[in-house]
Design a protein. Structure first.
Length: 91
């Protein structure tokens, strides 16, 4: 079955389509994709993963057509960063 793996860091992004056997877990698909070699900073013990924007565990089964997403850790506290709301600030 075909699934997609999506990840982006601060400078690049990856969108990989791969074929995995049935049954397959999120973790197995991520490993099979080779994305961990492409982005060695990914730490599946720390980072969250999801399917179509919904958080799932690494042991979750995947279905044909799923988009598996690996999420980066938040690096800025959203409570302390000013909102932009599409309004340009004057310098």
């Amino acid at each position: 079955m075909q699934v997609a793996i999506a990840y982006a860091d601060a400078t690049q992004q990856a969108w990989l389509r791969i074929t995995v056997p049935e049954p397959c877990t999120v973790e197995q698909a991520i490993i099979q994709s080779g994305i961990l070699r492409q982005f060695p900073d990914i730490d599946l013990t720390e980072q969250k993963v999801g399917i179509f924007g919904r958080l799932v565990k690494l042991e979750a089964p995947v279905s044909a057509g799923d988009r598996i997403e690996i999420y980066r850790p938040i690096t800025a506290d959203p409570m302390t960063v000013p909102r932009r709301d599409g309004v340009e600030e004057d310098d």
